[in-house]
Design a binder for this molecule. Structure first.
Ligand code: PEP
Length: 255
């Protein structure tokens, strides 16, 4: 049985003061939720304050990126050990915005995953096609390429420590959600790739989140699909009310 995981990607939003305000409300609203893994991913500047607030709660902390070297002359970068030291448990890797604006490639994704695992951080690895690629019927080819490149060289034991997020780029921040059927089709394809590479038992254990304009109104239908095990939420994670509703709307659905 795969536990549903809902993660909020705050992107470049919230000062540390605003982050504290949001997390205090989430803590109160979500304190009774036991059925869902809940993660918030604030910007680096708010991680320490949020980490302190999340001690002994049911909400875990994620970062939005990690560099692959352990330390040294890499101005502006953050190492996995630094994240671990302040209580970070998850890290988003390969988000489409990083692929699009910051020259992220399958190779750098693979290096970041390695660094995360080395520091006992759970990578949330994002893959997904653009609108142009979908319209050119290249969705599966793009997913396969990102999967084979980003996940190259990992053992089944390592892959079991990861979460995959399928995020169609055309659905991110656009208000356009993939239909539950469109999303399920790709999730099933990803699970098939996992089966071929790591075997059925391993593939069945790995959680695959959907990301792209998830809202309280559409989460239930999405996670009722066989291969959708939660969501990576951008815009709707910035308000306590919508994020809490998304989490709570997952509670009755057990897989
Ligand atoms: C995201 O940034 O990962 C995302 C899915 O954003 P949004 O929910 O705003 O589409």
């Amino acid at each position: 049985m795969r536990r549903i995981i809902i993660a909020g990607n705050w992107k470049m939003n919230k000062t540390s003061f605003e982050a504290i305000e949001l997390v205090n409300v989430l803590k109160r609203d979500l304190s009774t939720v036991k059925e869902v893994d809940i993660v918030v991913c604030p910007p680096f500047t708010a991680l320490t304050e949020v980490s302190d607030l999340l001690v002994e709660t049911n909400i875990e902390l994620g970062a939005q990126n990690v560099y692959w070297e352990d330390s040294g002359a890499f101005t502006g970068e953050i190492a996995g050990s630094m994240l671990k030291h302040i209580g970070v448990k998850y890290v988003i890797i390969g988000h489409s915005e990083r692929r699009q604006f910051f020259a992220e490639t399958n190779e750098t994704v693979q290096k970041r995953i390695k660094a995360a695992l080395k520091n006992e951080l759970t990578p949330i690895v994002c893959i997904g096609e653009s609108l142009k690629e979908r319209e050119a019927n290249q969705t599966f080819a793009v997913i396969k390429n990102q999967f084979e490149g980003g996940f190259a060289g990992f053992t089944p034991q390592e892959i079991l420590k990861m979460v995959i997020a399928y995020e169609p780029v055309w659905a991110i921040g656009t208000g356009k959600t993939a239909t539950a059927q469109q999303a399920q089709e790709v999730h099933q394809y990803i699970r098939d790739l996992l089966k071929t590479k790591y075997g059925e038992e391993t593939a069945e254990e790995i959680r695959i989140q959907y990301g792209g304009s998830v809202k309280p109104e559409n989460i239930r239908e999405l996670i009722s699909q066989t291969d959708i095990d939660g969501a990576l939420v951008g815009g709707a994670s910035l308000q306590a009310d919508s994020f809490s509703k998304i989490v709570k709307n997952c509670c009755p659905v057990l897989k």
